[in-house]
Design a protein around this ligand. Structure first.
Ligand code: F3S
Ligand code: F3S
Length: 109
């Protein structure tokens, strides 16, 4: 089990969660951030600070956003376990689930 970042983060990327994470396991992709499922210690610190309520404990993820569990995990298929997001910075890619989403007008900065 882990925490998962879901749809509301896409094209918003507030990043308040990154500042709260004690193990630096929240990584920045092009349109969303992703929680590394193996590096997350399930401390829960990130969940209440997200202003758009994009972060959920895996078991509490709404049904319509279930694909985001795999999206968060599979984002790291090619990255492995970097051991901290700060050293990577912005990763110029997204999981296909995120990349396929239309750019909603209200979400474009
Ligand atoms: Fe995204 Fe919320 Fe973090 S918008 S970057 S999950 S604070
Ligand atoms: Fe995991 Fe969030 Fe804590 S990503 S380690 S629950 S701050």
């Amino acid at each position: 089990m882990t925490f998962v970042i879901a749809l509301p983060c896409v094209d918003v990327k507030d990043k308040a969660c990154v500042d709260e994470c004690p193990v630096d396991c929240i990584y920045e992709g092009e349109r969303s951030l992703y929680i590394h499922p193996d590096e997350c210690t399930e401390c829960g610190a990130c969940e209440p600070v997200c202003p758009v309520e994009a972060i959920f404990y895996e078991d509490d993820l709404p049904e319509e956003w279930q694909p985001f569990t795999a999206a968060n995990a599979e984002f790291f298929d090619a990255l492995g376990s970097p051991g901290g997001s700060a050293r990577l910075g912005l990763i110029r890619q997204d999981h296909p689930v995120v990349a396929a989403l239309p750019r909603a007008v209200h979400r474009v900065p």
